[in-house]
Design a binder for this molecule. Sequence first.
Ligand SMILES: Cc1cc2nc3c(=O)[nH]c(=O)nc-3n(C[C@H](O)[C@H](O)[C@H](O)COP(=O)(O)OP(=O)(O)OC[C@H]3O[C@@H](n4cnc5c(N)ncnc54)[C@H](O)[C@@H]3O)c2cc1C
Length: 315
Amino acid sequence: MKNKKPKSAIIIGSGLGGLSTALRLSTEGYDVTVIEKHSKPGGRLNQLKLDGFTFDVGPSFMSMSWELEELFKSNGLKNPIQLEELDPLYQVYFEGENKPYRIWKTLHNLEEEFKDIEPNLAAKVEKYLSRAGEFFHDTEDKVVKSNYANVVDYILKLTRVPLKHLPYLFRNMWSEVEKNFESEQVRVIFSLVAFFLGSTPFHTPAIYSLLNYTEMKHDGYWKVKGGMYKIVEELMKILESRGVKFVFNTEIVGVANSNGKLNSLLDRNGKTWSADIFISNSDAASFRGQILGRKKFTEQKLDNMDWTLAPFTIY
Ligand SMILES: Cc1cc2nc3c(=O)[nH]c(=O)nc-3n(C[C@H](O)[C@H](O)[C@H](O)COP(=O)(O)OP(=O)(O)OC[C@H]3O[C@@H](n4cnc5c(N)ncnc54)[C@H](O)[C@@H]3O)c2cc1C
């Protein structure tokens, strides 16, 4: 039998999305090349070394940790990342108050923390989270983890969600927390998840209380032993051992098409890159406009859209 030449794949970007796609494609037998415009991998999950200290920049903790487990397991690997569960999950400071509130996953600790301002908090949280948890489990496979080909596809998938959850779609996060809690502080704390989405509790539908459920009940938050960048380092070790090629300091700026099919990529230095398949890990909207030249995504049109907030974090 003749040996078949493996199919080749080029991935634009070495963020977590690019690295995990490289892992999955290498398992499928592809000859993979990752092209990254910066000098090191990781994208937004990155690291800063300064004066003998090492800082994670970008993400600081993980939720839904089973997804990380799945990534390694489905590629025939043992998960090399060690996680430690956080409890308290985080602290919240209010202007003008001299002590922060610790947000405990353990409910009796949480009740104790807020006993002066919100009596019986454990029972209230149980009720709130059991409603959010029901919604999460009724939608996880049908909606949350689904791909949508278009708006009609999205609406069709929504129709598979039990009708009892309909009110969640028409209420915002703020009215949901107002219904369940009395103190301003607890309401603010439970609606903070809206900011993860780059929105506000007044503009975010109550369905996102499912994030309260994932953080406080289902899986919680986990820190990575050795820092978040360890995930990138471990993935790089595996990918390099599998022969995945990395090209840094190289920005893709254009494409060449023929008969509506993408044939090759063009980098900033004028070099062309060919492969059987191409995957972009770059921001989808700007990639469609700047690289694919789609008229719906010109810079002017993107500037006129409402974009979510980016967090500004000081360490
Ligand atoms: C401050 C901050 C805090 C966060 N906190 C958390 C957290 O606690 N928990 C959590 O789960 N998530 C958190 N996130 C979100 C998380 O970091 C991102 O969702 C995730 O890292 C995105 O990965 P990605 O692979 O999709 O994209 P990116 O990391 O953006 O990777 C895209 C890569 O493509 C490269 N690229 C783009 N265009 C080109 C081109 N034309 N040519 C070549 N290369 C290109 C980029 O340089 C980049 O390396 C946080 C994000 C930020 C910014």
